[in-house]
Design a protein around this ligand. Structure first.
Ligand SMILES: *Cc1c(COP(=O)(O)O)cnc(C)c1O
Length: 374
């Protein structure tokens, strides 16, 4: 079955108690044992397993094309669980432009565990191979990346990792399960911040880990989820699952709008550079054409000028919302360097946008008026 069908049906069936087509929200924290002491339907206590969570996990495993999924209370909770599964002293490779809060986990939570982390140019398989050590256990990938939308060649990095016996995890949040299929290209596990496109409505925080095969890091993450308690609430699971139903169609709309806006910005005299993998000028365009079905709803651009010029554009938008995050119906714009703090390498004249589901012409008109100097 194709993804549109799996997005609507996987993990669900009409509620056996009421025939309700839309699943009820199971708020109960606990479930009755049978007279024999067993749990007849497998549910005992909601931290360990909850019906809404199971539905979401089965659906997301199917939509991503993996064997099993675990959902967490946020995207960062997935990363924390995976990192907790490593042994002290293990070596980890991550992209030099990895999601900024990912670095904070190593820098501010785990320094006592003595992990060795190297940040490399993940788009270059030779650089990754050169950075391997005998104790490299995890290779973390994020593609497309933030905020320059760099594209990592997934099959090539999977091959480097396989030879080194390291586990690969791809943060596919920008790519969505619709546009790229890392597991089919040999990546071991996929992570999404479901807060973004999968939930899709900017109203629920969550994360998911999906695996292609059994492995020790997945099993340890399962323990962090169930016993460590990194779980999403039943309502969070319900909202996220509702979002998944329309994911493939929403993503199509985001991509169409983004392509039109990227082309508009690329020819605009007030714009210095546009970073969107759908543009032929983007350094990752060829790789994106090979491994993505379309180019997503995220882009960034640099205005001609300085930080103040960029802030001025962000100040003048009327339809775009000045907000962080992405993947919802509203278009967002943000001055990324301000979010990432003083150590960031993000150019000061760069604005990042999550292109929403409004009319593309309206969004273009909005950017056009915002780009005119007052
Ligand atoms: C938002 C985001 C995260 C973190 O997810 P949360 O749900 O906010 O914890 C991780 N990776 C990427 C690429 C993101 O955009």
């Amino acid at each position: 079955m194709k993804i549109e069908t799996r997005a609507v049906h996987a993990g669900r069936r009409p509620d056996p108690a009421t025939s309700a087509v839309t699943p009820p929200i199971h708020m109960s924290t606990t479930f009755e044992r049978g007279a024999d002491g067993e749990y007849p339907l497998g549910f005992g206590y909601s931290r360990e397993e909850n019906p809404n969570r199971v539905m979401l996990e089965q659906c997301l495993a199917s939509v991503e094309g993996g064997t099993e999924a675990l959902v967490f209370s946020s995207g960062q909770a997935v990363s924390t669980a995976l990192i907790q599964g490593l042994e002290p002293g293990d070596h980890v490779l991550a992209p030099n432009d990895v999601y900024y809060c990912w670095k904070k986990i190593f820098a501010e939570i785990f320094p006592k565990w003595d992990f060795a982390v190297d940040y490399v140019d993940m788009t270059d398989p030779a650089a990754v191979r050169a950075a391997l050590r005998p104790n490299t256990r995890l290779i973390w990938i994020e593609t497309p990346s933030n905020p320059l939308l760099k594209i990592t060649p997934l099959a090539a990095i999977a091959e480097v990792a396989r030879k080194a016996n390291a586990i690969t995890v791809c943060d596919s949040t920008f790519g969505t399960p619709v546009l790229q299929h890392p597991l089919d290209l040999g990546i071991d596990m996929v992570v999404h911040s479901t807060t973004k496109y999968i939930g899709g409505h900017s109203d629920v925080v969550g994360g998911v880990l999906i695996t292609r095969h059994q492995n020790y890091l997945f099993e340890r993450a399962r323990k962090s989820q169930r016993f460590g308690g990194l779980v999403p609430s039943p309502l969070d699971c319900w909202l996220t699952l509702r979002g998944v139903s329309t994911l493939p169609w929403r993503v199509r709309g985001h991509c169409e709008n983004a392509m039109r806006i990227a082309r508009f910005l690329a020819q605009h005299p007030g714009v210095e550079a546009v970073h969107y993998p759908g543009l032929e000028s983007h350094p990752g365009h060829q790789t994106a054409c090979q491994q993505m079905e379309a180019f997503g709803g995220m882009m960034s651009f640099q205005v001609k000028g300085c930080k103040d010029t960029a802030m001025g554009v962000a100040a003048r938008v009327r339809i775009f919302t000045r907000a962080t995050s992405l993947g919802g119906p509203h278009s967002f714009i943000e001055h990324r360097a301000s979010i990432e703090g003083p150590k960031t390498k993000t150019p000061p004249n760069l604005l990042r946008m999550s292109i929403g589901l409004e009319n593309a012409g309206d969004l273009i008109d909005d950017l056009d008026q915002a780009l005119k100097s007052p």
